[in-house]
Design a protein around this ligand. Structure first.
Ligand code: UT7
Length: 333
């Protein structure tokens, strides 16, 4: 007797967008005490894109349009929008609401953002996967978008050289076919928030005196680079192992690992510990830097378009970011 296959999810299409303004390491040499040689050797970054009068919802909408078209899905078919971002245009409305309006998605559908810094896209993917798997949505638009050029301190050489702007998006659709999103894992440890954070705009009400904000004069991103590096390697490694084990897979089964593009040395350490070949790990950090929540979906879009991912491949995403947060996903393409 045949029975219907359980409802699953798959990535039906993807897209990305990066602002056209290229800022090279040489450009930054003229701004802070750094060199192209240091940035390239310590991070793998050669250039990044920087938004010129473009908001996060605008870069997000551009990536999302490409993803809809790639999936062959009409705006009216989308019944959920989730955006991973920590640089929304405004405190509210959410970036997802702006995208909903810009793309002419159906009024009435749920649209909201998730705040998980560089893990934001995978958190958003996890939420959409659960909505679709549970039957609450058939097609979801999942976006990772950030414009960190607005929150880094361009006088701080230890952070300003690292980041870039951009957006990536996927359409997650219900499927009863084989493969698709096999599993996701999302994690956080708020005790370690001070390793990587951005206080944002300082504000207080007149009843609080001066104590309200921990550091009202510096709204910019701050990072303890060295400590963050070590935790990033450890948590991303465990997150990859988690989704492999959940599906009875081994590192050798990975066709392509797409890690969050934070530092080429972090990716190298993970590659080495998992025993992966160069061909199994995707990197485009040299051209984009760390684009936070946009990093994985931009890399995915490039990997798909350049033929690095084929039907049946095992693709693994893994990310780490402020919060602290870390997350992973395994997909049979
Ligand atoms: O996406 C979220 C997750 N983010 C990450 O995972 C990033 C993790 N951290 C890192 O990628 C690295 O720690 C950095 C790239 C941020 C820094 O590299 P590092 O090898 O850990 O350098 P360091 O912080 O230990 O600094 C080494 C030296 C210091 O000088 P002294 O004290 O040895 O004289 C820094 O002041 O490098 C100096 N330095 C720089 N020199 C030239 C720091 N930034 C720069 C710079 N140019 N931009």
């Amino acid at each position: 007797m045949s029975s219907a296959r359980a409802l699953g999810t798959r990535i039906a299409g993807c897209g990305s967008y990066a602002p056209s303004r290229v800022v090279t390491n040489a450009d930054i040499e003229g701004m802070v005490d750094t060199t192209d040689a240091w940035i390239t050797a310590r991070t793998g970054i050669r250039q990044r894109r920087v938004a010129m009068n473009e908001k996060t919802s605008e870069v997000a909408s551009k990536a999302a349009r490409v993803a809809l078209s790639d999936a062959g899905v009409e705006p009216g078919d989308i019944d959920l929008v989730v955006t991973g971002t920590v640089t929304p245009d405004m405190v509210f409305p959410s970036t997802s609401c702006f995208v909903q309006a810009a793309l002419g998605l159906r009024p009435g559908i749920p649209a909201f953002d998730v705040s998980a810094a560089c893990s934001g896209f995978l958190y958003a993917l996890d939420v959409a996967d659960k909505y679709v798997r549970g039957g609450a949505a058939k097609k979801a638009l999942v976006i990772g978008a950030d414009v960190f050029s607005r929150i880094v301190d361009w006088k701080d050489r230890s952070t300003c050289v690292l980041f870039g702007d951009g957006a990536g998006a996927v359409v997650v659709a219900a499927t009863r076919g084989e493969g698709g999103i096999l599993s996701t894992g999302v994690h956080s440890d708020g005790r370690k928030w001070e390793m990587l954070y951005a206080p944002g705009v300082a504000c207080s009400n007149p009843f609080e005196g001066k104590k309200h904000h921990p550091n009202p004069h510096t709204p910019y991103l701050k990072m303890k680079g060295n400590e963050t590096f070590k935790v990033a390697v450890r948590t991303m490694l465990s997150a990859v192992e988690e989704v492999l084990e959940a599906n009875g897979l081994k590192p050798g089964d990975i066709s392509l690992l797409i890690p969050h593009q934070a530092n080429i040395r972090i990716m190298g350490a993970i590659q080495e510990r998992l025993g992966l070949s160069d061909g199994q790990v995707f990197s485009n950090i040299d051209r984009y830097g760390n684009t936070s929540a946009a990093s994985i979906p931009i890399a995915l879009d490039e990997a798909v378009r350049s033929g690095r991912i084929k039907k049946g491949d095992i693709v693994v995403f893994v990310a780490f970011g402020g919060g602290l947060t870390w997350a992973s996903a395994a997909i049979r393409w």
